[in-house]
Design a protein around this ligand. Structure first.
Ligand SMILES: C[S@@+](CC[C@H](N)C(=O)[O-])C[C@H]1O[C@@H](n2cnc3c(N)ncnc32)[C@H](O)[C@@H]1O
Ligand SMILES: [Zn+2]
Length: 285
């Protein structure tokens, strides 16, 4: 999918974040721009990497550059490839065609994997509040030659028409059920991936004296129909202190661990840990 294709499902679904009007793509200036068809013609420049900034000014910033760099380095080493494989398989079962949105796409690791395994059967776009993450995602899509589009936007205020989307994937990101239900078509699908009970237990063992399994997330959908729940499990050997640090900085423990406990990772060169992904498929009723 390319932004240039005016008939793409993505372009047809996009709405001006200021006035809600339809959007068109104008390729005649610089890297191109999107303009709305409202009475005031709001314009949104495309970045050179190909993404567009569609978040209202009051939105927060999402993940910072350092977090984006760490996650890119860890994910591109393939440690979570079983999660990407599970996601591709769920999408091929539940979403034969149409428009898929990756809500909270980060640097597009899963978005671009889905674009590659979809082989043109569906269109995919990713939104995230972090401009650094979206810029990295758009650059990766170009590098990998996959047709995914990216925008800076909050997943609680997606710049998309109501009932315009066939499926949403939401991976290790906040679940905005109400907004997802607004943009999904009737019968549309939400695929949620998050941490399973034993996810990263080995990392916790390396840091804490006492370890507990992860509690179930508190923001699971309540108004949608649960179609399937699967747990994908594996074990990984994270090699090198820098890569262990990258993994640690991707987790919530990074923010809540004492300096003394953080020190335990300082000289660790190899970390063996369980990884466990809770995968759920919901349908909008
Ligand atoms: C843990 S990362 C996961 C990124 C990606 N889905 C992945 O698994 O590689 C969470 C992402 O959610 C984004 N995020 C957090 N709150 C958001 C919001 N309100 N709207 C859009 N993105 C948000 C962050 O910027 C970050 O990129
Ligand atoms: Zn407008």
């Amino acid at each position: 999918m390319t932004m240039e294709n005016q008939q793409s499902l993505y372009m047809r679904a996009l709405r001006c974040p200021v006035c809600g009007a339809d959007m068109t793509h104008d390729a005649s200036h610089g890297a191109g721009m999107l303009l709305c068809g409202g009475p005031r013609t709001h314009t949104f420049d495309m970045a050179r990497s190909g993404y567009v900034h569609l978040a209202p000014r009051h939105s927060g910033g999402g993940d910072a550059k350092a977090a984006v760099r760490s996650r890119t380095s860890f994910l591109s080493a393939g440690y979570y490839s079983i999660a990407a494989d599970a996601l591709c398989s769920l999408v091929s079962t539940y979403v034969p065609s149409g428009l898929i949105v990756d809500a909270g796409c980060g640097e597009g690791y899963y978005t671009n994997r889905l674009a590659a395994c979809g082989e043109g059967r569906y269109e995919i776009c990713g939104f995230d509040l972090s401009r650094d993450a979206v810029d990295a995602a758009a650059k990766a899509a170009r590098r990998e030659g996959v047709g995914a589009c990216f925008g800076v936007a909050s997943l609680f205020e997606l710049p998309l028409a109501s009932a315009s989307v066939d499926a949403i994937v939401n991976i290790f990101a906040p679940c905005a059920e109400k907004e997802f239900c607004r943009v999904l078509k009737p019968g549309g699908v939400l695929i949620l991936l998050g941490a399973g009970e034993r996810h990263l237990l080995g990392l916790k063992r390396a840091i804490y004296d006492e370890t507990y399994e992860n509690a179930m997330r508190a923001d699971l959908p309540t108004e949608m129909q649960l179609c399937e729940q699967t747990t994908v499990r594996g074990e990984i050997e994270v090699v090198g202190n820098e890569q262990i640090g990258n993994l640690f900085s991707m987790t919530p423990y990074y923010w809540r661990t004492s300096p003394e406990d953080k020190k335990k990772l300082e000289h660790l060169q190899c970390l063996h840990t369980e990884i466990e992904f809770d995968c759920r498929v919901y349908r909008k009723i």
